[in-house]
Design a protein around this ligand. Sequence first.
Ligand code: SAH
Length: 264
Amino acid sequence: MMTENPDNALARIRFVLVEPTLGGNIGAVARAMKTMGLSRLELVAPKQLPDAEALARACGADDLLQHAGIHADLPAAIADCRLVIGTSARRRTLDWETLEPPETARRLLAEAAEGEAALLLGRESSGLTNAELARCQFLVHIPTNPDFSSLNLAAAAQVFAYEIRRCRREGLSEPTGAPSNALSGEPARDLATAQELEGLHAHLADTLRDIGFGDPDSSKKLLLRLRHLFNRARPDRVEINILRGILSAAQGRKSSKRPTPPTD
Ligand code: SAH
């Protein structure tokens, strides 16, 4: 039997199920992933841990269930990811660039050549919240009958898993708008992880409060706009450090002050 080299990009692409309700769906997602060579399943606050129904629906993908990470919240499940793509059963606003599954697969694989990447799948009842989507660099919608657009969670996972496999087999993962500059020969950028971006956003929120910029209500909207800005810009770690240095200076923290240039 042919087996796959475990040390490949597929191992760096995780599917994150956010608050799944049904054990059966968790098992069916594990099966969908394993058939396509994906292995990394993460669960955020599942309503129930993988149960007998999950095992039955996994049909032998038990190892994915056994090794599935269980997290109290979304930030913990994606902390080390440099690319996070959110899924949506509905077409949403223009705040995010909306991809289709083939481009999503290309981007996940291209990113996985450099680091960790995540695809977020939402609750069976209500999908992903806007706050969860605000942590994503891209949104993806599987084009469907506009009058009946919601796939079963595991059916959606199967579409994405298949696209990733197809893209990898066909060598289509050369990215358009690459995270690294593989095509130009420039060194790969050391993109910030989700956790580092969260650090920036928390620091921005603190700084706005400290410097009295806007009232709390309007700064919520402002902070969301800033999230969109940084999700599009995809800053690297040095850029995050520069921005945080500037924020610390705005907060009047002495340690961040640059030495005063000589006056003469
Ligand atoms: N009523 C929910 C549907 C949730 S379906 C809503 O309107 O958002 C459960 C999950 O399956 C979604 O969160 C998403 O992760 C995935 N999904 C279902 N249909 C999809 C589609 N057409 N495109 C992308 N993801 C889809």
